[in-house]
Design a protein around this ligand. Structure first.
Ligand code: ZN
Ligand code: ZN
Length: 454
């Protein structure tokens, strides 16, 4: 086989020699998504495997140090290599999941026997994915769920051998029981010899003459199983839980794969969640806003009372401490006191749209008491038109000056005229629109994907 100079791992990952672990991880994730063989537009299996190998070395501090000192020589054999990586074992996953799973395999602790599997030997079963949708309140307080999974298990009829009862698998003639054959390949660099799994026995080294009727010689059959899952309190959208050995059984006596549970949370009609904070929109009446008092506000623990200050403006927020979502600890221990977020109540003053005769009279009386005019007279219009003309003149005069100066001229003029009322109104308007904007930001944040990657 033609030997090619190995590409520099840093170059493969597109990072500098001084890159942080975080930068390496980020770059790997971006490139892996791009190059993954499942990606129809830009997928490149060879490049992906090289990328995975580079990441495996550089994401491990020890291997990276060795590579930095001695180059590829220093990490020979340290990379498992991904020539044997079975992408079909992670089929059914989205691109992000696959990247996550690869990450799990690399992520310290010596995890992942997959790369070290001997050809034809036992294989770990496939990991399965389960989309679990839970209610808003279940996510807040945690819940127990029963998951029904259809997974591969050893066939009972043949005890997982694939051969009919009374018969035994025989040694494969094609590979003489080795499970591997050599194949001549014509490559760009000339002929090369490579070792592949025996196509006659799929690398098992054995052939089944009389296949088992139950599994048609597959040795594995799909069975429906139930698993209990504890969903921890405070879980958020997109969190992945993992049930070990709840996936498919591996071939040839290999271990079970795992079950990855992707949690989805239904929206609530009253509560909006932003991490550990819960937002609630609470309408209050004009009288309540003006006079102040006490109201009942929905919380995840039922309605609780909240004091409203007199003179409350629409858009004011009020905090209910400890009424938010418990901190996600990943554990569902009951009775444990964990820190909880807060609930933010957004008070919205509602103007009555229908008034009874008596109400109307009372409000008219109120307006009269406050000296409010409910209509506009012709003389009011004339007065404001005159004012507007005066201002236009002032503006056009100052247009030739610098912007800063024109501003100061305008404000000087305003002050001189003594029309501070206009300013007050404007300030108030700005204040309330600021509050609206911050609420909107929070709402937008609540719906923003949490991992910050997409
Ligand atoms: Zn069978
Ligand atoms: Zn064979």
């Amino acid at each position: 086989m033609a030997i090619m100079a190995k590409k520099d791992y840093y170059e493969t990952l597109g990072v500098t020699k001084g890159a942080t672990a975080e930068e390496i991880k980020k770059s790997f994730r971006n490139k892996a998504r791009h190059l993954h063989p499942d990606n129809k537009d830009s997928g490149d299996e060879q490049a992906f495997k090289e990328l995975a190998e580079a990441y495996e070395i550089l994401s491990d501090a020890n291997k990276r140090a060795s590579y930095d000192r001695y180059g590829h020589e220093g990490v020979q054999g340290a990379a498992r290599g991904f020539d044997n990586f079975d992408f079909s074992s992670v089929s059914g996953f989205g691109m992000d999941d696959i990247v996550d799973i690869l990450d799990t395999f690399f992520g310290g602790g010596g995890g992942g026997a997959r790369g070290q599997q001997r050809r034809g030997g036992p294989e770990q079963g496939a990991h399965l994915k389960y989309d679990l949708e839970i209610d808003f309140l279940e996510a807040v307080f945690g819940t127990d769920k029963t998951l029904t999974v259809r997974r591969l298990e050893d066939c009972e009829g043949c005890a997982g051998s694939g051969a009919a009862p009374g018969s035994n698998p025989v040694t494969c003639v094609t590979c003489a029981g080795m499970g591997q054959v050599q194949q001549v390949m014509n490559t760009f660099f000339g002929q090369a010899l490579r070792v592949i799994a025996c196509p006659a026995c799929q690398g098992s080294g054995q052939k089944i003459d009389k296949p088992c009727k139950d599994c048609k010689g597959e040795a594995l059959v799909r069975k429906q199983r139930e698993f209990q899952l504890k969903v921890p309190a405070g879980i958020d959208v997109g969190t992945r839980l993992r049930l070990q050995t709840a996936g498919d059984k591996g071939r040839k006596g290999g271990p079970y794969g795992d079950l990855f549970i992707v949690v989805h949370i239904k929206e609530h009609e009253t509560f909006i969640r932003d991490g550990e904070t819960i937002h609630v929109r609470q309408p209050i009446s004009y009288s309540m806003a003006a006079l102040g008092g006490e109201i009942l506000v929905p919380t995840v623990e039922g309605a609780k009372s909240l004091k409203v200050a007199s003179g409350t403006q629409s858009g004011t927020t009020s905090q209910m401490k400890g009424m938010g979502v418990p901190r996600f600890t990943g554990q569902a221990r009951k009775g444990e006191t964990v820190r909880r977020g807060d609930q933010i109540v957004h008070l919205v003053v509602e103007t009555p749209s229908r008034l009874s005769g008596e109400e109307k009279k009372l409000l008219e009386k109120l307006a009269e008491l406050r000296g409010e005019k409910l209509t506009v007279s012709k003389s009011d219009i004339a007065k404001s038109e005159a004012e507007a003309k005066g201002e236009t003149k002032a503006e056009s005069k100052s247009e030739s000056d610098s912007e800063k100066k024109s501003e100061s001229v305008a404000s000087e003029k305003e002050e001189a005229k003594g029309s501070t009322q206009n300013r007050k109104n404007r300030d108030k308007k700005e204040e309330s629109s600021k509050e609206d904007a911050s609420f909107l930001n929070k709402i937008v944040d609540a719906f923003r994907p949490k991992n910050g990657e997409t």
